[in-house]
Design a protein. Sequence first.
Length: 272
Amino acid sequence: MSPAYAESSGIELSTDGTYFARTLTTPLFDPSAAMIPGSSQSNSFWVRNASGAPAYLRVSIANVHSTDVDLANALTVSASTSGDSGSRVAISEAAPCAVLTEGQVIPSGGTLRVSAVAALGDLQGQAGQGGSADFRMLVNLSSVNLAGGDRYACLADSGEVPGFYTGSRTTAGGTRSAGQGDLVATGGADVPAAVTPSDSVPIAGGSSSDDEDHLLAAAWNSADLDQWWIVLLWIGAALLGGLAVLGRDRLRRTSSSATTTTSGTPENGAAS
């Protein structure tokens, strides 16, 4: 996605709390890390208020695109500060935005750390496999506290924080394809190689600028593992049944041999 960008609203952004700029070129989450259902990534960024007056912070998720409803429901993002625990929001809830944290005051010239988490929930069966999704995080500073207002409204003059950086590109017709650096959701096996634009799945939702955050999910599912266990149980049961039959036949042969030996031995006192 586009780098984080701050208009003339006094928002300055940083990835380390020391060096601030109008733009951020580093993604918030690592696109090379494998994610499986139930796993998450966490990171932080800093906001500095350069507006010249105290301001209220608001962080939202926006510009969501997804090719799979199940994946969009399973991928959640949360943000919190020292003064607000924030909310965890599925990217599917952004309509068109969704607030993650708001209401904390940043004094003029002050800085505030924002902690963010991206988590992939459970995906059953084939749900989410091959789907893709992406989003942006918007940062706003306001002279009034907007807490309690419309949590799904997008505000102007926002700083934008990259989520998963992909190096994606806009193609003819306004669709986007994934580039190298995609985050791939796996089942915990070897991490697949980065998807090239020719191999990628187009992202729904219209056109966008280059270098957008992107999550490509070759979603692992727990149901397949259950199916393998069922197969193994059938094989084990067949082996046990075969062993039981062999043991029974061997016991019968032993009993038959003992009976034959007994019947062929003369009784005491019989004529020789």
